[in-house]
Write a protein that binds this ligand. Structure first.
Ligand code: NDP
Ligand code: MG
Length: 382
């Protein structure tokens, strides 16, 4: 059970829900970090009294300091601030709830110091999952997934003593706001259409990834890395109701599933309390009120991002880092209304093609692939 906690990205969707869980648990919040949301950070400081906080830039950190009165925490900024929060001795657990590659170095630093990482930041596993797993082993640190599908799999694997008994992991996918639409219907969709997710309320980047199904592609790679399985042993089914969070099929034909209401506070809390379970602020699923549960094949033609990710997963090396870096930039452009919906897979494919491929990369080579793919994608005028 967690005693001291650092939350990286405390003002975001996962960060706020983490603090909501902490409100009813005997956990000391040791550090909080955010980007630019000074007013929410000031409120969180007043409520949780962390020892250390960090903001994206020096200027934002100065703005925050100017607002604080009385006993104030140490206020840092930038990458150094994130690293300090990730390695603070008073925290035994770090929840990584920042978006994108930004999470990689702090995640590695937390694992090096032997801390439990409650991993929400999937981009880190996608780009450098093998390295992350090695560093966790070397640091004697645990990674407990927060992503609902991976938490479901983690729960379905509890009690499995021999991983060779696992035939495959089955990730469920809501299908996002555009499920059932044709390519023609989706050509003109805008950011506002993409931001209307049917079942989950999340940050903007992941919500767009859910609309393109890139999110499920990232999750296939995240699952392969976390559970050290090849791509053939991870499959995806569309499950519109988001009640079955994922499943594990064993070699004897038994399939275990984890069910619950779609509320991230359940997997977040488990990452904090594991191996124990305690009552949660989320409501329990009432099976008698449940809609019929349906399962379908994903449509890879209409949602090419999932196919791109499955191909990158098979290729390995720096392919996933290049794909992820390009996707972060392309989604940013889509959110700024600079490009259309299908320009996302177009830009990602082109940036991946222009990024040199390294089969068995070091951390530096992964970071270089990420940089290169971002640059190509930024400069691409289509
Ligand atoms: P949000 O966009 O809601 O939150 C992102 C957080 O990161 C905010 O606190 C933001 O601060 C902070 N941040 C942004 N830029 C910086 C920076 N330069 N330095 C430090 N902090 C920064 O994202 P989500 O909570 O939705 O997602 C977080 C991660 O969790 C993602 O990797 C996502 O894929 C994953 N995830 C999310 C789920 C969800 O339900 N939301 C479900 C499963 C996984 P500020 O508010 O100040 O900008
Ligand atoms: Mg998920």
């Amino acid at each position: 059970m967690t005693k001291g906690l650092s939350v990286l990205g405390s003002t975001g969707s996962i960060g706020r829900q983490t603090l909501d869980v902490v409100r009813h648990l005997p956990i000391r919040v040791a550090a909080l970090t955010a980007g630019t949301n000074v007013s929410l950070m000031a409120e969180q400081i007043a409520e949780f009294h962390p020892l250390l906080v960090s903001m994206a830039t020096e200027q934002v950190a100065a703005e925050l300091k100017a607002r604080l009165t009385g006993e104030t925490p140490l206020v840092l900024w930038g990458e150094d601030g994130l690293l300090a929060a990730a390695t603070l001795p008073e925290a035994d657990t770090v929840i990584t709830a920042v978006v994108g590659m930004l999470g990689l170095k702090p995640t590695l630093a937390a694992l090096d110091t032997g801390k439990r990482v409650g991993l929400a930041n999937k981009e880190t596993m996608v780009c450098a999952g093998e390295l992350v797993m090695q560093r966790a082993r070397a640091g004697g640190a645990e990674i407990i997934p927060v992503d609902s599908e991976h938490s479901a799999i983690f729960q379905c694997l509890m009690g499995c003593r021999d991983r060779s008994e696992v035939r495959r992991l089955i990730l469920t996918c809501s299908g996002g706001p555009f499920f059932g639409k044709t390519r023609q219907e989706l050509e003109p969709v805008t950011r506002d259409d993409a931001l209307r997710h049917p079942n989950w309320k999340m940050g903007e980047k992941i919500t767009v990834d859910c609309a393109t199904l890139m999110n499920k592609g990232l999750e296939v790679i995240e699952a392969m890395r976390l559970y050290e399985l090849p791509p053939e042993q991870v499959s995806v089914v569309i499950h519109r109701q988001s009640i079955v969070h994922s499943l594990v099929e064993y070699c004897d034909g038994a399939i275990l599933a984890q069910l619950g209401v779609p509320d991230m506070r359940i997997p977040i809390q488990l990452a904090l309390t594991y191996p124990n379970r305690v009552p949660s602020p989320a409501s329990a699923l009432n099976l008698l009120d449940c809609p019929p549960l349906t399962f379908q094949k994903p449509d890879l033609e209409t949602f090419p991002c999932l196919q791109i990710a499955l191909d990158a997963a098979r290729r390995g090396g720096t392919a996933c880092a290049a794909m992820n870096g390009a996707n972060e930039v392309a989604v940013g452009k889509f959110l700024c209304r600079e490009i259309g919906f299908y320009d996302i897979p177009r830009l990602v494919t082109r940036a991946m093609g222009a990024t040199p491929f390294v089969p068995d990369p070091t951390l530096e080579e992964i970071l270089e692939a990420d940089r290169c793919a971002r640059q190509v994608c930024e400069a691409d005028q289509l």
